[in-house]
Design a protein around this ligand. Structure first.
Ligand SMILES: [Zn+2]
Length: 115
């Protein structure tokens, strides 16, 4: 399951970062996920909450998710737009030469905890 894999990856990365920072308990983790990944936020938080119980120092961790919209820039006319379909066609000039400028993010933005 997609969300399960992501939840596991967040836990793994957070534990690594906590170890480096000498953090013993993680209270919150804020992640940024682009809409390109099509993550169901409720499912992700549900699975995270199940998995965190197995992790020492993460039993009470709150996961907060910030979603980033998919934004595409047209290479021909420079127009920036939010595509509604997975096929990116510039609405102003019809070009398909586009580049993704936002929406494929997937990272931990910040973590809080106790030492
Ligand atoms: Zn264009």
């Amino acid at each position: 399951m997609h969300e399960g894999t992501i939840a596991r990856e967040i836990i793994r990365t957070a534990k690594e970062e906590a170890l480096k920072a000498g953090m013993e308990k993680i209270s919150t983790i804020k992640v940024v996920i682009g809409e390109m990944h099509a993550v169901v936020e409720d499912a992700l938080i549900f699975l995270f909450d199940l998995m965190k119980k197995e992790e020492e120092g993460m039993e009470d961790t709150i996961l907060s998710v910030e979603k980033k919209p998919v934004v595409v820039r047209c290479k021909k006319c420079g127009n920036e737009f939010r595509p509604e379909k997975p096929i990116f066609i510039c609405p102003s000039c019809g070009s398909m030469e586009t580049e993704l400028i936002s929406g494929d993010e997937m990272y931990i933005e910040s973590m809080e905890g106790e030492n």
